[in-house]
Ligand binder design. Structure first.
Ligand SMILES: Cc1cc2nc3c(=O)[nH]c(=O)nc-3n(C[C@H](O)[C@H](O)[C@H](O)COP(=O)(O)OP(=O)(O)OC[C@H]3O[C@@H](n4cnc5c(N)ncnc54)[C@H](O)[C@@H]3O)c2cc1C
Length: 375
């Protein structure tokens, strides 16, 4: 089959590799707008659970990626200058560019034709394809050019975030909450290489407006954020990679495929970055779509229906958890009155998926301290 994939992010590259492994006779082409060595952002994080799927479903890929990951066993929450470690929350991180380079090498090794610097602005180039995969991210052209075929819903959330990096290396995935004269700021930060960390700053809209970010240039914005998080950065600068303020778009498609075209990854649906799973979801989609091809052969409607049957139920749960998580961040200003341990407990239970009993099993050291402080 001729399989054309729009988008060489984690979803598109991993699917290209998997489908070639299933049948090397497939002609697989990935159209990617960027150059090989260019991407946005810094590192991405996977929770322990997020890596389990790879270990189970594709141990060779797990073994290939693991040596490139930075790992640590705890999550840390910093509130009112108190650092609260939360055990039982292992995480792993890798630079986004490094991950893409690894996936590119794998796919190219299987004979996938990756056409870099080939941004599509129409679907004509795909007319010959037997299968079109829209793996082109949040602003998916494939999705948009299909008009209403996918029954897309997009809700843009109010909090603003900016994805920076820093040379300060942190020893765990940390969420730091600090208050400036203008309001509450949260930084999601973690080491993704021995020398670099992701440093994502999030603020609610009233704080963003009071701070006057709309009138600041890129330098002023970085300096402001450095001042807010000076105790955490310890003299290290914030660095930018095409970083600018964005608002999270919650995307959901009621229909996942149309004719010979299927969506996957962020083009299909987004899950708020605070549950650290967008990359994992994209890679899980790739695994499920490849599995559907293995099981249903070349009957595309059967393949796509199987893909949806495999992915829709877990997706609905994850998206619900991600929505609850983003609402927690939207209300963070009111939560700042909580004591540090109350605040950390509120954070850990924010999605409704973890209650007291589960937290007791998962994070016994944290819960012992929580009881000591809160009663
Ligand atoms: C601030 C922020 C922080 C995040 N942090 C994390 C995290 O810690 N952990 C995590 O797992 N996930 C994180 N995510 C989410 C994660 O980045 C995405 O969920 C993931 O990259 C989705 O993969 P994808 O392959 O579907 O799309 P993308 O990674 O967006 O890839 C899409 C690709 O398509 C290309 N493309 C787009 N349009 C065209 C076109 N017309 N023609 C050709 N090419 C095109 C783009 O250049 C891009 O390379 C974060 C996201 C954001 C915004």
């Amino acid at each position: 089959m001729r399989i054309s994939i729009v988008g060489g992010g984690p979803a598109g590259l991993y699917f290209a590799d998997l489908i070639k492994r299933i049948d090397p006779r497939h002609q697989v082409t990935v159209f990617e707008r960027n150059r090989r060595s260019v991407t946005w952002g810094f590192g991405v994080v996977f929770s322990d659970r997020a890596l389990e799927f790879l270990q189970t479903d594709d141990p060779a890929m797990f073994d290939y990626l693991m040596p490139h990951m930075e790992t640590w066993p705890d999550l840390t929450i910093v509130h009112r200058d108190t650092r609260i470690p939360i055990d039982g929350n292992g995480f792993a991180a890798v630079g986004r560019l490094e991950l893409l380079n690894l996936l590119q090498a794998r796919a190219e090794g299987q004979g996938v034709d990756i056409r870099y610097e080939t941004g599509l602005d129409a679907l004509d180039a795909l007319a010959e394809a037997d299968v079109v995969v829209g793996a082109d991210g949040v602003n998916s052209l494939v999705r948009q050019l299909h008009g209403s075929d996918f029954h897309t819903r997009i809700v843009t959330h109010s909090n603003k975030f900016i994805w920076y990096g820093t040379s300060q290396v942190f020893d765990s995935l940390t969420l730091t909450f600090r208050t400036s004269a203008d309001g509450v700021f949260c930084a999601h930060h973690y080491r993704y290489s021995p020398r670099m960390s992701t440093f994502l700053v999030e603020v609610d809209l009233p704080t963003w407006e009071r701070a006057g970010f709309a009138d600041m240039d890129a330098e002023q914005t970085m300096r402001y954020c450095e001042a807010v998080f000076a105790p955490d950065l310890d003299g290290h600068p914030i660095v930018s990679n095409n970083s600018h303020w964005r608002q999270f778009p919650a995307i959901w498609n009621d229909r996942w495929y149309h004719g010979n075209t299927v969506l996957m990854g962020d083009a299909l649906r987004t899950a708020h970055f605070s549950i650290g799973s967008g990359t994992r979801l994209a890679m899980e989609d790739a695994l499920a779509l490849a599995r559907a091809f293995r099981e249903a052969g070349e009957d595309l409607q059967a393949v796509f229906a199987r893909f949806e049957a495999l992915r829709r139920p877990p997706m609905e749960k994850i998206v619900a958890a991600a929505d609850a998580s983003l609402r927690w961040y939207e209300g963070m200003a009111e939560l700042m009155t909580l004591t540090p341990y109350e605040f950390a407990y509120s954070y850990m239970t924010r999605t409704g998926r973890i209650g007291e009993a589960k937290l007791e099993r998962q994070a016994p050291r944290f819960m012992a301290e929580y009881r000591r402080h809160v009663g």
